[in-house]
Design a protein around this ligand. Structure first.
Ligand code: ADP
Length: 434
């Protein structure tokens, strides 16, 4: 399968052949000249002998080999050369080089994995399962024009693929060019998934907004019509309308925060902030809610400062979401403990980190929900969350903020025995927490 770079084949150019035969011609010339000079040979026969030797030397010596070994001719084909093979093998996407009839000349490992039935020297049309690929390939071969096809492969899992067939002229041994077909596959599945997620997100967001909006316009109709003169009903409805309007405002607020955090996800905050006053501020702010829910908040904080590189507003949001969730969903436990400690990270390099832990003693969360809690709009109980004024975006926001701070969120829960949400932050310098 090597390229034949010896220029002595039948079609090698004359200057090359002369160069290769120069020694023979020189030696013959010198010997014949010497014989003529010594009078051993007349000049005319010497000239005839020289012409014969020259002709013999210039006859392409590979002519015999070529005729004798057709297998060699095949393997010397530049189309099958190691360089072409290496290029196809080095392509990141599945790639197959076909000859004009659609026979596989080269294929890379990714192509072999995608279509295990593809074999060298066999027709690709027989090995490819998808009718879309086969028809695109047939068209490309028939027209020698580029072809594209997008198709869905459903076995073993859904995969969207784009197939591009490009005719490529490959030089032949005879100095011409052969039309081969380079078939490459691009996996569009990740793009599709992102697109689906975006569409899901828009659908969820508009659904969440539409619900309070529908409630608001329903109450407005009632107040303008049947309940126009009913002052007690007006009071009650206005209260509900205010709660719905607050819910919409909160949802928009959360959506905006989420998109802001996502936009700056790659920029790590560099301002030094102390975690202790942030936690105190949030706990103080949530005291009225704790009183209303009859929950006692216990705090266990070290002496300040406990400094990390962070964004103050975002850290307030993290603490607020976690403590508020504990008060809302874990109220039945009557107690919430908020603590700040130092621990060695169990993951990664085991570097020490600060941990803000929020523990409640409520009903806890069933294990099957735990991995999905940080998904946008994911709620264990949608009705309960809505009743509590939740948007389903809080923990997703927490996760994104922590990722921006190079931290992580740990969630542990034993059903009927409460839940613990821990926000972990990497330390920037030797520990300052006792
Ligand atoms: P929400 O706006 O609904 O509170 P979150 O993203 O903050 O949205 O929380 C998602 C869901 O996780 C909540 O709807 C709730 O079902 C569950 N959850 C969060 N915190 C707790 C907790 N401390 N105890 C029990 N369930 C919780």
């Amino acid at each position: 399968m090597a390229i034949d770079d010896t220029p002595s084949s039948f079609f090698a150019p004359w200057p090359d052949r002369l160069r290769h035969s120069a020694i023979i011609l020189l030696a013959a010339g010198l010997a014949l000249s010497a014989l003529v000079t010594l009078g051993e040979l007349p000049p005319i026969p010497a000239a005839v002998v020289f012409v014969l030797i020259a002709a013999a030397a210039l006859v392409p010596w590979r002519l015999h080999d070529t005729a004798a070994s057709p297998e060699m001719v095949r393997t010397e084909d530049p189309v099958e050369a190691a360089a072409v093979n290496a290029i196809v093998a080095g392509m990141p996407d599945p790639a197959v080089l076909l000859d004009r009839a659609g026979r596989v000349i080269h294929l890379n490992a990714a192509a072999a994995q995608l279509a295990p039935a593809l074999r060298k020297n066999e027709l690709a049309q027989f090995a490819l399962r998808s009718p879309e690929i086969v028809s695109a390939l047939r068209e490309a071969i028939a027209t020698t024009q580029p072809r594209r096809a997008t198709y869905l492969d459903q076995v073993p899992v859904d995969r969207w693929m784009e197939l591009v067939i490009t005719p490529v002229p490959v030089p032949t041994r005879f100095g011409g060019a052969d039309k081969c077909m380079l078939m490459t596959f691009h996996d569009l599945t990740p793009l599709r998934r992102v697109e689906e997620m975006r569409a899901d997100f828009v659908a969820n967001a508009s659904h969440e907004l539409r619900t309070p909006l529908a409630a608001l316009s329903g109450f407005i109709d009632t107040l303008q019509g049947p309940a126009k003169e009913d002052s007690r009903a007006r009071e009650r409805f206005l209260g509900i309308m205010q709660a719905q309007a607050k819910r919409m405002a909160r949802l928009i607020d959360d959506l905006l925060s989420l998109s802001r955090v996502e936009l700056s996800a790659h920029v790590r905050p560099d301002t030094l902030v102390d975690l202790v006053p942030i936690i105190r501020q949030v706990v103080d702010g949530l005291e009225p809610l704790a009183r209303e829910r009859q929950v006692e908040i216990e705090i266990d904080l070290p002496e300040p400062p406990v400094t990390i590189a962070g964004d103050r507003e975002e850290l307030l949001r993290v603490c607020e979401n976690l403590i508020e969730n504990a008060l809302k969903y874990g109220a039945s436990g009557g107690k919430v403990i908020v603590s700040l400690t130092t621990a060695k990270a169990s993951a990664g390099d085991g570097a020490p980190e600060y941990r803000v832990k929020v523990r409640d003693f409520g009903p806890g969360i069933a294990p099957e929900h735990l991995p999905r809690l940080t998904e946008r709009f994911y709620r264990v109980d949608v009705g309960d969350s809505r009743a509590q004024g939740g948007t389903g975006l809080g923990l997703s926001l927490v996760k994104h903020i922590l990722a921006r701070h190079r931290g992580r969120l740990l969630i542990e829960s034993v059903p009927k025995n409460g839940a613990t949400f821990t926000a972990c932050f990497p330390q920037i310098k030797p520990t300052t927490v006792a």
